[in-house]
Design a protein around this ligand. Structure first.
Ligand SMILES: *Cc1c(COP(=O)(O)O)cnc(C)c1O
Length: 459
């Protein structure tokens, strides 16, 4: 007999208080933060769904590991453990520790990128795109048509579109393609999974042309959950086996350990090619640290190794995905347009459809993010035209293909009642949605503008 109530498969033995705030207070905080939730103080947030990155709760085993961290500069025991764990999981020979995912990206893409180079991905995550473009190269997103439509139900909406990939390779010329990057799950595209079949097709194509194939493996365990549930031939494999098979198709990976390694800081780059890994190691030493710690302390490496094993636990992964789906389904039932099917680490709301009276030029996603904070103290993030919009030569906005708001669920942090509270806040947003106002940008930096831009409500 299985019951329908999902319970958290853990007990809580340490708590962190949440400070309750009033709507009046929150309006002041939001004004001070220039209507950009990245500029809010965390202590002024009731439920923080800004990101699932580095916000996880560690297990008692990880905290015990922290005490065993070997802080030797070179050749630490904790490094040996981390290197072994990653080699065992990925099968890649060379592991480079980094302080987080983007450091691995900067090292690898800075080295293989540059002017006239092209990168192709299902969707480049924002830091991935920024690192590629900063090197002078071009980053092309190549998602299937179903993946780009928030309302179509499909089991693998993170898949890379193979015919378009073939076309781009032909157009740009094989020697100009620096790498194909498969982001699993597809964060910016809705936390949607990539099928093993798709990964195989990408792999075959890259092998045929001699193109480097890299996995952005931040959420490879969550992706494995979807493959086991949805793809033929995987129901009897373990989640770890599925992940290992996917790693075996690529030439290397970058990973932010702040996601599926369930730690608060860390990352790595892993590669099979000796020469490439040596070049990357030189860059690692210049900015990150020596090869056996790369910006991480021994205790970080202990916790990372343990987290990377825990994340493949079947009870954990089931709870993780089913509880995210619970939130998504409830929102959908009350008429909030959500991206379907519900992804692994987050629920994505189609803000353009929800606030359909606000023109895209007035950033409906950012407007919704502000309302969520104001009315419920919930922090979320816009993934749309603020994050990915560009300007044409006349200075008018080229909007992103989708204007989404992401409610990211930190791992093992919030309980069912926190989520039920969020659902109640949405009930109010639905009732009051016609009163929502658009927003304009008053100040923005050149790269990754969503982190620090200033906004103003449009009256
Ligand atoms: C978080 C993330 C990154 C970057 O990792 P950081 O640890 O934040 O630097 C890269 N790709 C994807 C898909 C991510 O989710």
């Amino acid at each position: 007999m299985t019951y329908k109530t999902i319970i958290e498969p853990f007990r809580i033995k340490m708590v962190e208080p949440i400070r309750m705030t009033t709507e009046k207070e929150r309006l002041q905080y939001l004004k001070k933060a220039k209507f950009n939730p990245f500029l809010l103080k965390a202590k002024d947030v009731i439920i923080d769904l800004l990101t699932d990155s580095g916000t996880s709760a560690m297990s008692s085993a990880q905290w015990a590991g922290i005490m065993q961290g070997d802080e030797s500069y070179a050749g630490a025991r904790s490094w040996e453990k981390m290197e072994h764990t990653i080699q065992d999981l990925t099968g890649y020979k060379y592991v480079l520790p980094t302080h987080q995912g983007r450091a691995a990206e900067r090292i690898l893409y800075g080295y293989i990128g540059g002017k006239d180079k092209t990168f192709i991905s299902n969707t480049h995550f924002d830091t991935t795109r920024a690192n590629i473009e900063f090197s002078g190269a071009e980053a092309i997103d190549c998602l299937t048509e179903v993946g780009r439509d928030p309302a179509i139900n499909h089991p693998f909406k993170g898949n890379l579109d193979i015919p378009t990939l073939v076309e781009i390779i032909k157009q740009k010329g094989v020697k100009n393609i620096a790498a194909v990057i498969l982001t699993v799950t597809n964060n910016s595209g809705g936390g949607q999974p990539v099928s093993m079949k798709n990964a195989k097709e990408v792999s075959d194509l890259c092998k045929k042309h001699g193109i480097l194939f890299i996995l952005d493996a931040c959420r490879i365990a969550e992706n494995a959950y979807f493959i086991k549930q949805r793809e033929k031939g995987y129901k009897d494999k373990t989640y770890k086996q599925i992940a290992q098979e996917m790693f075996s198709l690529a030439d290397g990976c970058t990973m932010s350990a702040k996601k599926d390694a369930i730690v608060n800081m860390g990352g790595f780059l892993a590669l099979n090619d000796k020469k490439l890994s040596q070049e990357c190691t030189n860059l690692l030493i210049i900015t990150e640290g020596f090869t056996t710690y790369g910006g991480l302390s021994g205790r970080d490496m202990e916790a990372l190794s343990i987290g990377l094993e825990e994340v493949f636990d079947a009870d954990y992964l089931h709870y993780r995905i089913v509880s995210t789906t619970y939130l998504g389904n409830k929102l959908q039932e009350m008429g909030v347009p959500v991206m379907i099917p519900i992804g692994g680490h987050a629920v994505y709301i189609d803000a353009k459809a929800f606030y359909n009276h606000i023109p895209v030029k007035q950033y409906p996603g950012q407007a919704l993010v502000c309302d969520l904070y104001l009315k419920g103290g919930i922090r979320s993030v816009e993934i749309g035209s603020v994050m990915f919009g560009k300007y044409d030569e006349n200075g008018s906005l080229i909007p992103a293909p989708m204007d989404l708001v992401r409610l990211a669920i930190p791992r093992r942090v919030y309980t069912q009642s926190h989520i039920d509270y969020a659902i109640e806040v949405f009930e109010r947003l639905v009732k009051e949605k016609s009163k929502a106002k658009g927003i304009k940008i008053t100040k923005e930096p050149k790269f990754l503008r969503h982190f620090t831009a200033h906004f103003q409500l449009i009256d």
